[in-house]
Design a protein around this ligand. Sequence first.
Ligand SMILES: Cc1ncc(C[n+]2csc(CCOP(=O)(O)OP(=O)(O)O)c2C)c(N)n1
Ligand SMILES: [Mg+2]
Length: 553
Amino acid sequence: MNLTGAEIIVQLLERQGIKILAGIPGGANLPLYNALYNSNIHHVLTRHEQAAGFIAQGIARSTGKSAVCFATSGPGATNLLTAIADAKLDSVPVIAITGQVSSKLIGTDAFQEVDTYGMTIPITKHNFLVRSVEELFTVIPEAFRIAVSGRPGPVLIDVPKDIQLERFEFDSWPEPGVKIPSGQINTLQIDKAINMLHESERPVLYIGGGIIHSDASELLSEFAHKNSIPVTATLMALGAIPHDDPLYLGMLGMHGTQSTAAIMHDADLLLAFGVRFDDRATGKLEGFCPDAKIIHIDIDNSEIDKLRHSDCAVTGDIGDALKLLIERVKNDFRKDWISHIASEKKRSPFPRAQSSNPLHPINIIRTVDSIVSKDSIIATDVGQHQMWVAQHYPFKSPRTLLTSGGLGTMGFGLPSALGAAFAHPSKRIVCFSGDGSILMNIQELATLADYNLNVTIILFNNKHLGLVRQQQELFFNKHFIASKFITNPDFKTIAKGFGIKSYDLEHESDIHSILSRALSEDGPAFVNVPIDPYLNVLPMVPPGGSNYESIGE
Ligand SMILES: Cc1ncc(C[n+]2csc(CCOP(=O)(O)OP(=O)(O)O)c2C)c(N)n1
Ligand SMILES: [Mg+2]
């Protein structure tokens, strides 16, 4: 065979099973696009490279498989950075392929040259600057292997233009890169964990995104139920255990349930599974489960003892570990602990009954849930609306919430919803956004219109950067600065201008029927929901405080 570097990349992507990828062409990656011209891979042309990165994330987060995005050199690559960093913090397998100026121009300040390799070292799991066509045969499969093996994460491949153009003679294709099985679990540590659990009177399972990445939700439930261990989830683990499971305590952390914080404060054993003791989840570390021994299981050894010393640590896939734990754990009803939990939950019930105003965000979230089918995927942006969704949407299964947890990136919602819609064309995708966040990637309404996807955007419009306003009110003596927008766009008209059916719930009386239409008619819809600008998301732990110091309603 005799192909160009660009043709080799595209055919290697086909061999990896890539059917769709998003990106924007430019001088330094035009050969790649020329190779795509003859490919079955469908290319989605976004309006900003960050959105191409988030489309890849939407595909990857909702399927668990690697997804690809393309950008040109210079500004194309820098526009991708936020989406790559976001994928790193939430462990999402995204493969970003960027064009670079020709090899002999690297380091000369050539047109649209930036050091993409250097800039992405700290925000990728791994990155490559390709130096020869031959290298592509190892780099591309290697990138796919790295992205999904162990703790998933983004991989960047920077390909100079001359290498994309160079022809190369070869005989055979390499094997596609696949996930390598994670190492054997240390059964001595598992036995130790089981002994600690059997000795414990007040254990709590604290689960994170690792449970979802490992597709271990069912095993987790089986384990928890066998020994009657209550479960709290981080933002990244919502959906890993159904919201109505009697053992479920709700979300923990800055906007977590107050009863959960109280229960965790009493715990004598914390089973930290697929978590990284993130400060948003733990609050002040010294105050987090102060009397509990810790069993920490994570696939990434560097997380063990990073923030909190563990009394028993297991490095490995949480699904594999759970299988061993389930074999060994004894049945227990834990009558006293479970009844203590029931009384704590009663003392500070959650979610609370909300006002009768149908436009209250919590009521809108409940109405949306009552309309859409249970397998719908919910994407969010970042802010108060995100936290209301996390607190009140009744997630039932894994990979049904797409949210930027670690980086907290405004602008994540719309393009990640598009990615989910490409990956799940028969599902309804709902994007809850804020009037600040939506404007950070509003241009992708054009991409949404291009494909007429079943994405419904519900915009909680409080005319503010609400979460900033809330912090200024609560923690900065009401010094409101840079949190109130001077003008408020007419979002209904804007969405219409992009060719998207749009609604405004202002002055409407039949909220339910408008939402029904927006959520069930084929194709996209945009709904502006004017909400009270002065609502706060509660409970809230003051930044730097302990979870049990949370401010209630
Ligand atoms: C890219 C980016 N810039 C700034 C922030 C800081 N920030 C966090 S929440 C928030 C307000 C978001 O406003 P909006 O989208 O309207 O959501 P609301 O809180 O009003 O629901 C800001 C500015 C961020 N998370 N991401
Ligand atoms: Mg807002």
